[in-house]
Design a protein around this ligand. Sequence first.
Ligand SMILES: Cc1cc2nc3c(=O)[nH]c(=O)nc-3n(C[C@H](O)[C@H](O)[C@H](O)COP(=O)(O)OP(=O)(O)OC[C@H]3O[C@@H](n4cnc5c(N)ncnc54)[C@H](O)[C@@H]3O)c2cc1C
Length: 637
Amino acid sequence: MFWERYDVVVVGGGHAGSEASFAAATMGAKTLLITQSIEAICQMSCNPAMGGVAKGQIVREIDALGGMSGIITDRSTIQFRLLNRSKGPAMWSPRAQCDKTHFSLNWRAALESTPNLDIWQDEVVGIRTDGGAVVGVTTRMGIDIPAQAVILTNGTFLNGQVFIGELSFQGGRIGEMPATGLSGQLRSLGFVTDRLKTGTPVRVDGRSIDFSKLEVQPGDDNPQHFSFLPLPQLQNQIPCYIAHTNERTHDLLREGFDKSPLFTGRIQGHGPRYCPSIEDKIERFAGKNSHQLFVEPEGRNTCSYYLNGFSSSLPIEVQINALHSIEGFESARIFKPGYAIEYDYFPPTQLGYTLETKLFENLYFAGQINGTTGYEEAACQGLMAGINAVLKIKGRPAFVLTRAQAYIGVLIDDLVTKGVDEPYRMFTSRAEYRITLRQDNADERLTPLSHAFGLASDERMARVEQKMQHTRAMIQAIDDLSVSPSEINAFLESCQSSPLTQRLKLNSLILRPELSLADILEAVPQAGALAQTIPADIRGEVLDATETQIKYQRYIEKEHDVADRILRFENILIPDAIDYPSLQSLSYEAREKLSKTKPKTLGQASRISGVSPADISYLMIYIDRLFHEEHIPNGLS
Ligand SMILES: Cc1cc2nc3c(=O)[nH]c(=O)nc-3n(C[C@H](O)[C@H](O)[C@H](O)COP(=O)(O)OP(=O)(O)OC[C@H]3O[C@@H](n4cnc5c(N)ncnc54)[C@H](O)[C@@H]3O)c2cc1C
């Protein structure tokens, strides 16, 4: 059976697939989302939360580009916290506890109201190709659907295998069918697959938890949003709680180690090192007699609690016994056991920067199938694949973000140049330009770029322009205004700040660590009056941006200088036909890795693990000589 032809077919309605579908359809492409279960669109398979350190920055970037994850999160939030507020602004990271049912329903409603987007419940079992390009997909119901571009976002479902102690069965998540057939067909077409694993903790019936024994973790007093668009203030936040394992818990868990699929070798795939199971933590940190657990509500209309930090694939009875040894959980009942899941993924070095595969044109991979873990990491890849699939169809230049422009640029660059050997998640430490890549300026960095190709709306663009205009005016005022000792000394003394001996510009005063912009606005009526002219719905953002830009100006300029220097180096092209094995001056490892990865630029080559600065220096000289001999432009200006 044949169907009408689509511009873009997206396979899988998870975080990557939903963003890809929304972006492609919003940019005007006739788009079809095929997913195994419409009811399971954008499930939060694990933690009912979005954002957190580095991940929060990614959601802000998705929002700035015109994606939906930020808006959906804001519509589903039950508790908001801006993490790391006591550190510098580069580390401020928004995190939202979400109602997981609302999250999924809100995404479904958003997709169903997106023009140009059709949705079909089915399983894709193969792609259709013609020569070196993809031309459509074939489904379990025997339907061939022609398409100009196909984006695969299958998550943890490809040959998914669930493990709970000695029990093991097929599944994409617990209670859901795996996707079988597709990865085998892709292997037969030349793609390489491997296995990874991840895990999740028990879901506890809140009616059986003694919350009086737990430490309460409330939301922020003044909760913010993920989206840069105006939204109503969050009301009625629900608290999270903190609990602790103890030595008895660890002993009880150890009793199940001989039945652990992890320790008995039945799970082959690597798991996320930075998000280990509780049995992993006990094994690795044997000297530690307690681990902190976060008790997180899963929604407003459920009493289910997610026990963050207690992920396990030990037998069910071992998980329950260990749970009962934790203070507050002595009589706990569970809705679902913890489990591990192993699945196929495609090493992402098989992709280019647009997430298009190197093997087949117009075929894109995004999300967990590229070896990442996390909703945010998946969603941003889906967005970028959706955008690029449409740009390519329209014959427009690709949209690639650099490491200096966005965390999304860091993530994709890491994936396609270095590959992964464990599930990849984002950390602030992966980004070289952390002071530039802040959550507060994602809109300034990215909205104009996305507006240019028609994804970010005019409304978004107008808001960014308004914010930037007010920020510039505020910075100018701080630069221009000064205060005399008699005007400010009483105030400075009240803040334990040294008094002035002569007139001083506000831009010098604000550099004092003990003073904030809010203090200055309170003490200097002219500056305070100017702040009041900023529209109330963007005032907070403008003042944060003003303060950060003044206080961190020196560091921001330094980062820009480094980024410019690296960009020059970054863009030196490497000829495709370079024969690495013959370059004996390169180390053996560099020859092997460069032959395999085939980087397009020296910048990419420099980030491949095992390629040393000495290898890069040699390569630079070699390429320069080659380009001069062959008279090929090499990107050097
Ligand atoms: C048990 C478990 C534990 C996890 N633990 C963590 C964790 O601790 N930390 C963390 O950050 N992340 C964790 N995750 C990962 C997180 O859920 C994923 O990173 C994220 O959901 C990936 O998004 P995605 O869009 O790539 O795929 P998914 O959210 O998995 O969505 C894939 C979608 O594609 C559909 N699909 C698959 N194949 C087909 C097909 N052939 N045809 C049609 N539809 C198809 C599926 O039905 C599903 O709707 C965990 C996931 C699981 C399952």
